[in-house]
Design a protein around this ligand. Sequence first.
Ligand SMILES: NC(=O)c1ccc[n+]([C@@H]2O[C@H](COP(=O)([O-])OP(=O)(O)OC[C@H]3O[C@@H](n4cnc5c(N)ncnc54)[C@H](OP(=O)(O)O)[C@@H]3O)[C@@H](O)[C@H]2O)c1
Length: 331
Amino acid sequence: MTENKRIVLASRPMGMPTADNFRLEHVPVPSPGPEEVLVKVEMISIDPAMRGWMNEGTTYIRGVMLGEVMRAFAAGRVVYSQHPAVAEGDYVSGLLGVQTYAIVPAEQLTRLDLSLGPLEWHLGVLGMPGMTAYFGLLERGKPKAGETVFVTGAAGIVGATAGQIAKIKGCRVVGSAGSDEKCRFLVEECGFDGAIQYKTEDVDRRLKELCPEGIDILYDNVGGDILDVGLAHLARGARVVICGAISQYNEPRMRGPSNYMKIVTARATLTGIIVFDFQEQYPEAVRQLAQWLNSGQLHTRTDFVEGIEHFYPALMKLYTGTNFGKVVLKV
Ligand SMILES: NC(=O)c1ccc[n+]([C@@H]2O[C@H](COP(=O)([O-])OP(=O)(O)OC[C@H]3O[C@@H](n4cnc5c(N)ncnc54)[C@H](OP(=O)(O)O)[C@@H]3O)[C@@H](O)[C@H]2O)c1
């Protein structure tokens, strides 16, 4: 009998997750139903949103139940299917969970075209985070050539992709990140016009230097102090795109921006993005991002962690900033 190794939510974190919030289980793989497909999971996407999914209740998606397999986007190979939409041997992605085998209704899977790029890209730049950057920047930020864009959390998969799309669209792009190495990556590899090491530099002073005409698009992944400082630099008619607030996810009470009157004085707009609202347009975005990747206009990095038993340290990389690129757990 085939064995499934899976990580379940054992208890709900209070603040920062701890290792004992999760439990590794070994269970037999049951037989799939007629509409279901059995997938051998090969790579699991580790995402900041997982922290919100560990909470009780529903936000844009229901929280993971105690004892339930930890929710995750993942990709793998179909090993059993009787469904016409998916064949054995196909590579697919979907909400497969943190486990080595997943049984999923066929219609919930996306078939992957590996000619566009390696499997890990389909969880990163060509997957949910890439879609977030693409639609968050283009549909919410509405960039115009010559405008100034400030991306926070810029060396992450969402931030780096959003910033590079803004460059492709002719914008001047500045990003903030938490290490010198990440800042070098932004300027030297991603072509950003400037990078601010927010842990060692004065963000306010650096924004004055790097964005002398103000910020037209603030693409925010982190919230907290950097968002507040960024708001102070908005240009007239700016668009603030709230994509995430990783600095707040492990706080007992989220803190909003105090500098919000700048929205009024700058005649700015502040909007949120939930990537799932753009699902119907994903295929066009995947094609466009793949073309930019393959023509060398877009760069991406993956931070691999090996072994499902290392789910917890892989997750913690995101909240401690020790990841460099898209965190992917290899099964
Ligand atoms: N709205 C949506 O539909 C949607 C979809 C996907 C992702 N998101 C959001 O997009 C954001 C980026 O996600 P990602 O997958 O690209 O993750 P990521 O940026 O690759 O990883 C998280 C990064 O956040 C930074 N960070 C951690 N704690 C921080 C703190 N206290 N203050 C400032 N920065 C901190 C760290 O970078 P440094 O080294 O630079 O500190 C860390 O590497 C997250 O907020 C996520 O929730 C939103």
